[in-house]
Design a protein around this ligand. Sequence first.
Ligand SMILES: [Zn+2]
Length: 114
Amino acid sequence: MAPDERQRALLVEQQERIRARVAELEAEMDALTRARRGEFDDDEHDPEGATLSSQWSMLAGLLESARDDERHAAGAVERLEAGEYGICVACQRPIPPAQLEARPLRERCVACSA
Ligand SMILES: [Zn+2]
């Protein structure tokens, strides 16, 4: 496999994993939204309400960052196709391979991320 193809396979795999995570979180949000609705219908002062709503904000945060990752993954695949993958978007220098290996979706080198 050419290095590019290997890189691409790696990115696509990562993208699939992120998509699955987004779908999973969305399903959890859905279930929780239904649970909350039921709870409001029954009793607004249900002591479980606070737990549900803190659980909901936690999930919302996770979902937001998973969707962010999803965008980054799509961007990385696009950059790979454009031959720009692994180039720091800030300083335009190649990102050291060790940094890319640790975080394949990074758009900036460590120096520019700081
Ligand atoms: Zn940089």
